[in-house]
Design a protein around this ligand. Structure first.
Ligand code: PGA
Length: 274
């Protein structure tokens, strides 16, 4: 199964200059690795790890244009829940606008959106509907808080968050057949994001097995859903996550802002999946 390593740039970098510098570094390193044949990352035919980056909305068009002929996919971090197209929704960016900018994927349900923008079930069902209507594919983020983890509620919380997918399948059964192609789940314990704290690989593995089983119950076509781990993944710990068969890749925040650490993580998954 192909691995995925996705960089969530969040509200970074601050300037177009710095965005382009990060892209320069990323593309130069990928080219150098392909030339030196030290990694398969640069070779389209034999690649085992797909790379993706999610810049902020303001940089989306520029980044997607620069990545067009590269092995890196461009994703948005969010889309409007109110309309897939246009409308009087100040500050929002629609799925259509995102797709028109050249992005082919969007993150949805990231814990920072849930926390700072009160995103929850109904709004996420709408966002997924709009994304799929505009042929955007979705990285759907789920995960428990520290208190929920301490109370051993992880699976319960995840089941509630995954019910968004179940409801979507009930509302739009025509999507069931293509669910596995349109969707990736990213399991990100909130307490591990940006903290340097990580669950054990065994914990992540068990949770991923649960997620795969649950989603397979919604759509028989999704019997091996791609499930990524996110939360303080870095160049040092990537190998241990990559070695587990239940962990299909990583959603990376802080370490994706440096080409070197982002590609070291990608390389760990590339090696483990080749
Ligand atoms: P982190 O962020 O890698 O900085 O912990 C991950 C994320 O928020 O997706």
């Amino acid at each position: 199964m192909q691995a995925w390593v996705i960089g969530n740039w969040k509200q970074n970098p601050a300037t177009r200059h710095d965005v382009n510098a990060l892209l320069d570094n990323l593309l130069t390193e990928i080219d150098a690795k392909a030339q030196a044949n030290t990694s398969l990352l640069g070779s389209h035919s034999d690649r085992h790890c797909q790379l993706m980056v999610a810049p902020s909305c303001i940089h989306l068009a520029e980044v997607s244009t620069r990545l067009k002929h590269s092995p890196v996919i461009c994703a948005a971090q969010d889309i409007s829940e109110h309309s897939a197209n246009t409308g009087a929704y100040t500050g929002d960016c629609s799925a259509k606008q995102v797709a028109d900018s050249g992005a082919t994927w969007t993150l949805l349900g990231h814990s920072e959106r849930r926390q700072y923008h009160s995103e929850a079930h109904d709004s996420l069902v709408k966002k997924l509907t709009h994304a799929f209507a505009q042929n955007l594919r979705v990285v759907f983020c789920i995960g428990e808080t520290q208190a929920q983890y301490d109370n051993k509620q992880t699976l319960e919380v995840i089941d509630t968050q995954l019910s968004v997918i179940k409801d979507l399948m009930t509302q739009q059964p025509e999507l069931v057949a293509s669910l596995a192609n349109r969707l990736i789940i990213a399991y990100e314990p909130v307490w591990a994001i940006g903290t340097g704290k990580v669950p054990t690989v065994e914990e992540v593995s068990k949770t991923h097995a649960h997620i795969k089983q649950t989603v397979a119950g919604f759509a028989s076509t999704a019997d091996n859903m791609t499930v990524l781990y996110g939360g303080s993944v870095n160049a040092e710990n990537a190998d241990s996550f990559a070695a587990d068969a239940m962990i299909d890749g990583a959603l990376v925040g802080g370490a994706s802002l440096k080409a070197e650490s982002f590609l070291a993580i990608a390389n760990a998954f590339e090696q483990a999946h080749s």
